[in-house]
Design a protein around this ligand. Sequence first.
Ligand code: MN
Length: 318
Amino acid sequence: MKKNNVITFRVCEKTQNMMDEELDWCKREKTPPYAKWQAKDGDTVITLYNSGKVVFQGSDADLASSFWIDTERINSGKVDIKSSESTKKDKLDKSIKVDPKIYNSSSIGSDEVGTGDYFGPIVVTAAYVSKENIPYLEELGVKDSKQMLDDKILEVVPKIIKKIPYESMILTNTEYNNKYSKDLNLNKIKAIMHNNVLYKLRESTQVYDYIIVDEFAKDFIYYNYLRDNPNVVKNITFLTKGETKSLAVAAASLISRYIFIKEFDKLSDKVGINLPKGAGDYVDDIAYSIAKEKGMDYLKDIAKLNFKNTKKVEERLR
Ligand code: MN
């Protein structure tokens, strides 16, 4: 029998509009009461209610919703997810092909965080997970890294890093804004950072089967970004949704998020405001009030100035 997972969360207007467009092709003719629309994508039924609540229902609801959870996190800075507790096993989507050879290998994996957030640094981590440590990470719930909320990350990551070797790199907002230019876009910055941590970690790793990067650019583009670099890590396996296919990538993702949360808190303390995550409208409001009080220059050390948000703030200051 098929499991029926139910995942519910609230989406802001921007996310609603995006869903409205993106899921238009699979909307159903009939709409349930109090709903704007209902759609059926594969096994998943998606209902958007007038209240702004969205419900994903079906055996693959967790994976079908994960993109929109990310989107909502980017658009409004936070997301509160309610999930019917289904059996924790078998969380991996059938449509995402998990290669057991890769999943069960000793691997180095890397992933980054902060690239969708106006405020805060970019953090990239490479982590090494040996075959022997796979059960330990599974026990900690690392498999479901995408669904893990901040509180859980703060609890789990200190346990991960006790056993898992890793290398992290933090790019502060000041550094980012100094570096960013026409010739050095966000993806190139990411490539340089990934290569950097992978190179360091590989130096201290004796035995590994794969080096896996959560794919953000096609491999030839990735290597092209690094063409002037004398120390390029080659033979990388690029995987989309890498954190579901490799625990090394999942661990790297969690460690990156852990560091990001800590850095973000420090930044909030410095500014004296609880800074919002993401890059949505709410972020504009906060950025505007900071710039109004402390001057536009102040944003240089706390935000990524090339984001659209900066323009909006400047327009409002005029
Ligand atoms: Mn990633």
